[in-house]
Design a protein around this ligand. Sequence first.
Ligand code: NA7
Length: 576
Amino acid sequence: MSSAHTEQPGTPPEQAELDAVVVGAGFSGLYMLHRLRDTLGMTARVFEAADDVGGTWYWNRYPGARCDSESYFYSFSDRLSEDLLEEWTWSERFAAQPEILRYLQHVADRYDLRKDIRFRTKVVGADYDAATGRWTVRTDDGGQVTATYLITAVGCLSTTNLPDFPGRDSFRGESYHTGVWPHEGVDFTGKRVIVIGTGATAVQAVPEIAQDAAHVYVLQRTANYDIAGGNRPMDAEDGRKIKDNYREIWKTTRETAFGFPYEVADRTALSVSDEERQRIFAEAWERGGFRLGTTFNDLLLDEKANETAAEFLRARIRERVRDPKVAELLSPRDHPFFTKRPPLENGYYETFNRENVTLVDVREAPIQEITPTGVRTADAEYEADVIVYATGFDAMTGTLFRLGIRGRDGVALEEKWAEGPHSYLGIATHGFPNLFMITGPQSPSVLSNMPVSIEQHVDWITDCLRFLREQGYDTIEALPDAEDDWVGHHNEVTQLTLLPRANSWWVGANIPGKPRNLYPYVGGVGTYRLICDEIAARGYDGFGLGSGGTITTGQFTGAARRKYTEIVEEAATKAS
Ligand code: NA7
């Protein structure tokens, strides 16, 4: 397997006593470092496995990689700086990976962040010492630092999922996982290529690969509801219009359900006539992007409502794919719309009209093994020069578990979460004092426009650390009652939706043996922010507070709980 792995550093391993350690230098790690250092005046170190900043946008360099949220608001908001907003202009509506990486490199340079980031360094262990109230963090170069606070900024999709197909290593051609793509790129010219997977990544990569390859076999296990991306170039004038409205745009992103600057419409799908519904879907489709999911407020709640959107999308597939059999195979029938992450596509379906592209159904005839020359399924053998694994990630917990985090009494995070994540707000978990997880499981995270959720977590953590300092504390830990309550609430909200119906990575179904739970919180970005703010306003209700590792005060009053039940019920009533 080729990869973008980098060399080890030549500098001596780090030994330091710090206020905070941050793991990861993507969107979250960069912003967290800035806040810790420049807002709070703390000493902080970021450890980053790659040789540069960027996180997701460093690793995912496959052909066609681009953002599925519009770049003008898939970026840092006015919370970071109005000047940065003014000076940066995106060249496309949905920027491609190189441009997003350049943006993050620019942010790192502009805020002089690199000097506190140690690149090419993986965290291999983090142990909490209750006697001192400090974390000891070990790195793969033999370094060891201590810190009062440990903050994970590891992203939600950073550990690749490479299925353990028999014979995988016997393949004599080239093979790549899209999530660790070689920096030098891959030349597909004249080659026979097998792409395994049809998720958001494959939907971006396949049209690009098909332009150069001799032949592409796309191995599909589950058909997806792909939404029109509507990508297009942006010029300075487009940018100006957006920049002139930025305050309003950012305000809306913080209040809406998914962190986008568009509201979910206040109407149900069946409350309008068939013609009207088609008109509404078609209009959203024309505008492109995730707007289609916000056309009616019950698409994620009601099966019949959902089916109207599902059928609208299937009709679009039939219009665009010439062979009716291929069109039907591309049409999802086994799960409701948006219960798996819908890919955004720019010409994916038309790719199947090309002579050099074949769709292979590996649901009907599963992959049996990888052979030295290709892939053997239950009913055929496909020969290839290159295999592209677009098989996704061990999402949300995969990377967290690899950090070797051990809390009180040496309990590992993966032991505590053996049955699935158990957190307070998706930020903290009992038994792991002073551990903060940016966009952790049971927070909105991947069910939102990520930078909006990242900023919300980083700002909340920053305010919390300032509060602790002002109150003379340096130890904070989620209380068990508060955590049980949050998990109960998370599960209740989940059950109100159709999301548990699909075998998605959102519920951990893509990784054998992974506990099945909804990993992100589906209560909505705006609602979640109000809950977090309410908890902070009540002196961090549900958290124990203290010093030097000893909790001396704090309780879970349930007051914030009553408030968040009201908030969620109000949102649900609006949606019904
Ligand atoms: P996804 O969305 O997890 O897609 C992975 C694809 O790989 C999906 O089509 C899977 O089929 C397929 N897959 C995984 N394992 C197998 C096996 N064993 N056999 C056949 N097919 C398999 O990952 P992406 O990288 O596309 O997207 C991840 C996120 O990145 C995306 O949602 C955005 O948020 C950005 P399945 O559907 O499980 O049947």
